[in-house]
Design a protein around this ligand. Structure first.
Ligand code: BG6
Length: 477
């Protein structure tokens, strides 16, 4: 299905736009997912010409697309849809009229305003859009994380946006929900009879969810040092993945039902506070080390100053409800780790009774691995009999569904799918205000407890798997 819209990117020449949004929009145009009269308007406070803007967009595509994806003919089609608008977002002056003129007054066209800008500006931009009469029932506003710094600031940002737009027009993006394997979680759980009966505390021993990165600060000094890994990755990506993994089956997979079920999970999270923060969390910060064969500096050297911000966090979480009682969920994320990958591991319980003789060897519990990146696959480890051998000797074997081998498709980081969902008006994979609020309600006490219990980050060597305690929870990878 092809969609038609005016897509306006505020922060159009910023890092997120150049690295993620422009490549995603290019892929959508090449895949013919946006109709030929759709337009993309990049808005920035940099005073550059249309030609300079095109040069920047082309350079970003050449840098961030896979080699075979950039083609001159595609670029020519894509660039014809691109316009540039110079605007200082903080000031409502006559330049907004030029944006309005570019958008035109056809109220029937879908308008998607993508806020790739600091959240502190969201309210003002909504106010300016409103006073320029650019908001109508066909308008959607896509807002980027982090939504706030804590529960209170998130609430004030959400309230400010809500002065101008109804909840159904606000698309809070979490690009992890656009990743194919994350959506595949729902296909796996609700499209098969095999897994759902085994998806609870009776059968599952523990669950591990990891987003490991090899990159360091990547120039985001001021943002990252104020945020840290808990706010940057756990409050959103990790909790959202955990919700999709653990929510009850909705009656239909639509936005209202999915969001209602995710919210119940968030509300069931056991509080982590001063009484359990030391046992149930690990806070780390990378020191110097070697990543991918390259010597890299420690966090504070990269930052150029002292800091007690965590670049690594691991949490043992519990969902206190009927389905998940007693199952530990180990969440982990960190920068400058040994390898880049994102993965969910479901460790099943051992069989209830062993019928084999001791010389059959140990029985390993089943394990389901859902790999999100860099490769996308689902693996199920089962016990089998060793072949060509007298008597029974047990051996684990793995069923492997590798998406790249099984299906021909182009890998995406999630943004392409989600931008198209916003254009089509499908909010199912975006987060509701109540989810953001509830996620902060769980995160805030952890931060408060780190402070009250004086839990500072433990140093780990760049290129390692983080502090020892978390290696104990996750094993040596
Ligand atoms: C972003 C975080 O939301 O996700 C970054 O702000 C992080 O710090 C990034 O690097 C990871 O996304 P991906 O898709 O590259 O795993």
């Amino acid at each position: 299905m092809r969609s038609e819209a005016d897509i306006v990117v505020f922060g159009g020449l910023g890092d997120l736009s150049l690295r993620k949004l422009i490549p995603s929009l290019y892929r959508s145009v090449v895949a013919n997912q946006l109709s030929s009269n759709s337009r993309i308007i990049l808005v920035s406070r940099e005073d550059v010409s249309q030609q300079q803007c095109l040069e920047r967009a082309e350079a970003s595509l050449r840098a961030h697309l896979n080699d075979e994806e950039f083609e001159s003919s595609h670029w020519s089609t894509f660039s014809q849809r691109l316009s540039y608008c110079f605007l200082d977002l903080a000031i409502c002056d006559e330049r907004w009229d030029s944006l309005k003129a570019l958008i035109g007054d056809d109220e029937s066209r879908t308008r998607v305003f993508y806020f790739a800008i600091p959240p502190g500006l969201y309210g003002d931009v909504c106010a300016h859009l409103s006073s320029c009469q650019l908001l109508n029932k066909n308008t959607r506003v896509v807002v980027e994380k982090p939504l706030g710094y804590d529960r209170e600031s998130a609430d004030s940002i959400n309230s400010r946006i809500a002065e101008f737009l109804p909840e159904e027009s606000i698309y809070r993006i979490d690009h992890y929900l656009g990743k194919e394997t994350v959506q595949n979680l729902m296909a796996l759980r609700f499209g098969n009879v095999l897994f759902e009966p085994l998806w609870d505390c009776k059968r599952i021993d523990n669950v591990q969810i990891t987003i490991a990165e090899t990159v360091g600060l990547e120039g985001r000094v001021s943002f990252y040092d104020r945020a840290g890994a808990l706010r940057d990755m756990v409050q959103n990506h990790l909790l959202q993945m955990m919700c999709l993994l653990t929510m009850e089956p909705p009656t239909k997979l639509n936005a209202d039902n999915i969001r209602a079920e995710k919210l119940k999970v968030l509300k069931s999270l056991r509080a982590i506070d001063a009484s359990n923060v030391a046992e149930d969390t690990v806070r780390g910060q990378y020191g110097p080390g070697v990543v991918g064969g390259k010597v890299v500096p420690g966090y504070q050297d990269e930052l150029g100053g002292a800091s007690s911000t965590e670049t690594f966090v691991a949490i043992r979480a519990h969902i206190d409800n009927w389905r998940w009682a007693g199952v530990p969920f180990y969440l982990r994320t960190g920068k400058r780790l040994a390898e880049r990958f994102a993965e969910i591991v479901i460790n099943y319980k051992p069989v209830t009774h062993c019928v084999f003789e001791p010389d059959a060897g140990p029985l390993q519990p089943n394990r389901l691995v859902i790999r999100l990146q860099p490769d996308e696959r689902i693996q199920l480890t089962l016990m089998t009999k060793e072949l060509n051998r007298q008597g029974i000797r047990l051996k684990p074997a793995t069923l492997n569904l590798n998406f790249a081998d099984t299906f021909k498709y182009t890998k995406s980081d999630g943004y392409q799918r989600l931008i198209l969902d916003a254009v089509r008006g499908d909010p199912a994979l975006f987060t509701h205000r109540d989810e953001v609020d509830q996620a902060w309600a769980w995160i805030d006490p952890i931060i408060a407890a780190w402070q009250s219990e004086q839990i500072d980050p433990v140093q780990y060597a760049a290129g390692s798997w983080g502090p020892d305690k978390s290696v104990g929870w996750f094993g040596d990878h």
